[in-house]
Design a protein around this ligand. Sequence first.
Ligand code: SRM
Ligand code: SF4
Length: 586
Amino acid sequence: MNDIANTEHSLIKHKGSVQPNSTEVETYKDESNYLHGTLLRSFADPLTGSIAEADTQLIKFHGTYQQDDRDQRLIRQEKKLEPAYSFMIRVRVPGGDLTSTQWLKLDEISDQFANSTLKLTTRQAVQFHGVIKFELKKTIQAMDEALLDSIAACGDVNRNVMCTPDPTVSPTHTEVFKWAEKISEHLLPKTRAYHEIWLDEGKGEGKSLVGYPKEEIEPLYGRHYLPRKFKIGIAIPPYNDADVYTNDVGIIAIIEHDKLQGFNVAVGGGMGMSFGRDDTYPRLATNIGFIEPENLLDVITRIVEIQRDYGNRADRKRARLKYTIDELGLEAFRQKLIKRLGYELLAERPVQFKTSADQFGWYKGIDDSWHLMLFIEHGRVKDTAGQQQKQALQAIAKENICGFRLTANQHLLLTKIKEQNKVKIEEILHQYGLSADSSQLSGMRRNAIACVAMNTCPLAMAEAERYLPELITKIEPILKKYNLYEDEIKIRMTGCPNGCGRSVMGEIGFIGKSLGRYNLYLGSSHQGDRLNKLYKENLSENEILSVLDKLLGAYASKRKMAEHFGDFVIREGYVSATLKGRSFHE
Ligand code: SRM
Ligand code: SF4
């Protein structure tokens, strides 16, 4: 296991790693003058690389987090230096859709202001890590030049809206994707704080408004915004690559005879929980009915309003919509929604999901253009000695011959490629040590997700992104031994139970307990409509390998035809099926 993973120093607590309670966060929002806070004063302070405590919470609404390099904590503490503060910026990319020009700009920014990597996230966004306080504004202005922003990419508001980046890209898929953009725009905060602070909008450089303006500037969110983050995803069956049921609101597009009929709406998904608190749990969104396209924004707005009015503002650990719904009762929630809408929801339409995985390699779309799904390990675009992924993608973007679609599985789909440009793309990939063909990789590696965790995430208890590739390398001989190398088995790892890598939706899920120790969860469905369940606790690497050897051996010898691993472990009784969030801990 990684040396860094075995050192204790990164677990030292720091300003920013201790989460403020609900009352504090509600007060910060209340006193922020609609997200202005004292950010300008914080940036002007030349004596520290950090910002004021209240501003660390407010800056999230602007898409930015204060972090410190956890690998350096102990060394700096011993030298009596302040932690190595820097900022993570999350770019808002509804549906993960970027042009070549935008990709080039993001690539340039990562070299100029960040740590020369791009992190493609599990919500189809892009993150920069390692931006210093004094260059935050320049970074956000550079993003703006490419028509990109980070408004509401974090904070107690609606986050990046996900949407299936379907490889076949039919006109109906484009129509559905447009809804992701519309929803994202519709639910953006209306305050001009972002434009004033970062883009110098208004008179004078980023001048804050004095006192509260008379007019209501947040008609939907109000001065206190939502009790907690809010997430929306859209899936287009049979693909559930947006892991639609893990969202506060999951929208499932119903397409019949190539025409968009409307959407099933599911509410109350969320992956986070806290160890030691069984009243926190992951939950999948529950279907509440079908709606026609013209009602989508209305329905979503009313759901947000209910969460705004009934969500728990006293306990941030139980503030997500999933708890609001479980507290009210699903039927009571539905009735409240119908009352606010003034019309009924129709009966949900039958839906069949086939997979939540990405489909790698070349695909032909209906408009004679091609799409290429590229494997990016845990979404970290970087150059290494063997593979210069970052340079390759930069070279492809410079050719301006395709679009860039980020996937919720942290991979990258190059879209709308003309037949004659396929060779060019293959050549560029080859030149930088890459291949368009991911079939050499094990099915498990292609189906792996890991959250960022160390060294930037302040909440990580264990490694994830820096460790899962190495762990899979050690599992692969076991897969080969049982002839399972090609099998698509979803494996996911997070460095803590917050669930950023949606590990409770892994057929094999790992959640970090402490450095080098993980809980093992089994039994999620391959198509993403069932949570997994705790199987073994606090395992070391050797224990993980030994447990997986037994499980995979049994799977290879006893599975039924085409039976997925997640279904097998339930049928064989290794774990019971988690049928609803509240029974996750049973
Ligand atoms: Fe997350 C907090 C990274 C997707 C649930 N998440 C964090 C922070 C910002 C840590 C913090 O609060 O200081 C992490 C920053 C790490 C870093 O250094 O970059 C972080 N989350 C990520 C990303 C980058 C993981 C990744 O490797 O891709 C994902 C960015 C998504 C995006 O573009 O918006 C990311 N986070 C998720 C998901 C998955 C999803 O949305 O599909 C979840 C589970 C779904 C859900 O929200 O229920 C998720 N993140 C959390 C939570 C727990 C929320 C809860 O309700 O309990 C936290 C902690 C919190 O909010 O207090 C958190
Ligand atoms: Fe950090 Fe935990 Fe999210 Fe991983 S799951 S990025 S460790 S908050």
